[in-house]
Design a protein around this ligand. Structure first.
Ligand code: ADP
Length: 162
């Protein structure tokens, strides 16, 4: 496969699980556009600018990855970026039901766009942004799951929120 894929998510914050999925996607696609959703309903811990900036920092040296915000329909974002593939990551069975539902809805809205599922390396199989935030908030060590700069920003923001 070649071409452009989009990898949408909240990235609150980006974890090594997300990074792993992006790197795997690049084995299949020439370019990956990371779509950072506003996700206002989820009340993200980091605002959209912070989340975009963290992703840009992590992937600064990789020209094959771009980072863009989006707030409308995922399929419109895919079309706007000339992507015909949506990449999503799968962890445990718990992700499966929602992800298949989402892929089904997107297919009925935009039959020309395919959804591809990838799994991260075993060591990141249980990593989620929300768990990482929660563990860090309780002073647990999450350095294994975050890029050092993201760890620094998370620690700083948690401290500022105390
Ligand atoms: P969303 O709010 O869309 O679920 P996330 O930032 O939580 O946004 O996740 C974006 C995508 O990355 C989702 O498809 C999610 O399943 C996937 N993902 C997140 N963490 C991991 C991980 N550790 N391994 C595999 N996939 C992951």
């Amino acid at each position: 496969m070649t071409g452009i894929a989009i990898y949408p998510g909240t990235f609150d914050p980006v974890t090594r699980g997300h990074i792993d999925i992006c790197e795997r996607a690049l084995k299949m696609f020439d370019h990956v556009v990371i779509g950072v959703a506003d996700s206002l309903a989820k009340e993200p811990f980091f605002n959209i600018d912070e989340r975009l900036d963290m992703l840009e920092t992590v992937f600064a040296d990789n020209d094959a990855i771009s980072v863009r915000p989006f707030s409308g329909l995922l399929i419109d974002f895919a079309r706007d970026n000339s992507a015909d593939v949506i990449v999503r990551g799968l962890r445990a069975i718990s992700d499966f039901e929602y992800e298949v539902q989402l892929a089904g809805m997107n297919r009925s809205l935009a039959p020309e766009i395919e959804t591809v599922f990838l799994t991260a390396a075993q060591r990141y199989a249980f990593v989620s942004s929300s768990l990482v935030r929660e563990i860090a908030r309780l002073d647990g060590d999450v350095s294994e799951f975050l890029h050092p700069e993201i760890l620094r920003r998370l620690t700083a923001k948690l401290l500022a929120c105390k």
